[in-house]
Design a protein around this ligand. Structure first.
Ligand SMILES: NC(=O)c1ccc[n+]([C@@H]2O[C@H](COP(=O)([O-])OP(=O)(O)OC[C@H]3O[C@@H](n4cnc5c(N)ncnc54)[C@H](OP(=O)(O)O)[C@@H]3O)[C@@H](O)[C@H]2O)c1
Length: 357
């Protein structure tokens, strides 16, 4: 056997060879075979590690180049608006007002985003606020320095989209910033969440967000921006938060592809993916489900939650810079990074541990 000869030429193995001759010849052969198997396994692992490392480096470099090309294309188009393809349905004439349209503005993150826009966004004439609770929207409107337009609408109702469209037409508005923040989550497994709750999640998080976006696009121009509020849940499947995570994954992928579609129009789409925020109404609403005694508190704690103020500030900064994805905080950034590297099985296994802590 060739490999045995080559191994016995190594000095330490030669010493073992002597021992074997003297005392335990059979044991020596077993040891040698185990050693060879381990060595082959080690060689395969080393090869795999260096191969995967090289592939990772190549993709990281390619991604960085693509990001640079994308940013270059945005800046080129900025200098030469006339060379731009315009949207075929774009309304004629100069818009009378440039607005920020925010859904889910009556509480939590949406409210904080409206306040941020009110303080920091330039060239916005009016802020349009959408949600169901009129009193909350009115209270926010009176706290803003900009002119406001309150639209108390249930976005799960298809009529609401038509109302938004007719309001945009009526006021000949240009949507300078569109933020789809209205969202709903329900914690629990397939037994704990009713079909109505499941449908409402998909209707609000996906269908209404897409419909509002498509409705607003004819009223947007070069340099305008869209922010879709997704979640860090978009990065992986989450058992016991399944439909919500899947709905946010849909919105995340929709936002990423829409950004490419809108590159010629130079409208930047940012998919914002925050981690838990405990200072909003989201978690109490998410926990309020039909209780199944066998599945009490499927997600027990929400450690290291972020503040909605900080999240809103980071999201708006990322949008102003034209980023494709905003992970507003350290935990969602780490999650995004590992979700790219790790297999789904490993991520779901970690989540299984985390949700029980
Ligand atoms: N909090 C978190 O841990 C967290 C983490 C990641 C992502 N997010 C996402 O962030 C977004 C904002 O959540 P939040 O934390 O600010 O929760 P929130 O305080 O519950 O806000 C949800 C907003 O959506 C509106 N809304 C709910 N159903 C609606 C409907 N049928 N039609 C119109 N508006 C509706 C609510 O207003 P009305 O009730 O007045 O209609 C409210 O303004 C959501 O998309 C959520 O998925 C939250």
């Amino acid at each position: 056997m060739k490999w045995r000869e080559s191994v016995t030429r190594m000095p330490n193995v030669a010493a073992w060879w002597e021992l074997k001759i003297l005392f335990y010849p059979e044991l020596y052969f077993y040891t040698l075979e185990v050693y060879m198997v381990l060595k082959i396994f080690h060689d395969i692992c080393s090869w795999l590690v260096s191969f995967c490392g090289s592939v990772f480096m190549i993709f990281a470099i390619v991604s960085a180049i693509i990001v640079l090309i994308e940013r270059f294309l945005y800046s080129v188009h900025k200098k030469d608006p006339a060379s731009f393809e315009t949207w075929k349905n774009e309304p004629a004439g100069t818009p009378s007002r440039r607005i920020a349209l925010i859904t889910g503005a009556s509480s939590g993150l949406g409210r904080k985003l409206a306040l941020n826009i009110d303080q920091k966004e330039k060239n916005i004439d009016e802020i349009w606020l959408v949600a169901r609770r009129r009193d909350r929207l009115d209270a926010l409107a009176s706290a803003l320095t900009h002119k406001t337009h309150v639209l108390p609408l249930d976005l799960t109702s298809p009529d609401s989209i038509g109302i938004i469209e007719s309001e945009l037409e009526k006021y000949n508005a240009e949507v300078g910033v569109l933020i789809n923040c209205a969202g709903l989550g329900k914690i629990g497994n397939y037994q704990a969440i009713t079909i109505e709750e499941t449908d409402r999640m998909m209707e609000l998080n996906d269908r209404s967000a897409v419909d509002v976006t498509v409705t607003a696009l004819p009223f947007m121009k070069q340099g305008d921006r869209i922010i879709e509020i997704c979640s860090t849940a978009a990065f992986q499947p989450l058992q016991h938060f399944n439909v919500y995570a899947a709905s946010k994954s849909f919105l995340y992928n929709y936002s990423r592809a829409l950004r490419m579609e809108l590159l010629p129009r130079k409208i930047a789409v940012t998919a914002a993916c925050p981690y838990w925020m405990q200072d909003t109404e989201f978690i109490p609403v998410a926990r309020d489900t039909k209780t199944d005694p066998t599945h009490k508190n499927p997600i027990r704690h929400f450690p290291f939650s972020s503040s909605s103020d900080d999240v809103a500030r980071r999201i708006m900064r990322a949008s102003r810079r034209g980023y494709a994805v905003s992970t507003p905080g350290i935990f969602c950034t780490i999650h995004r990074f590992f979700a790219k590297l790790m297999p789904r099985e490993v991520l779901m296994f970690f989540w299984e541990g985390l949700r029980r802590v």
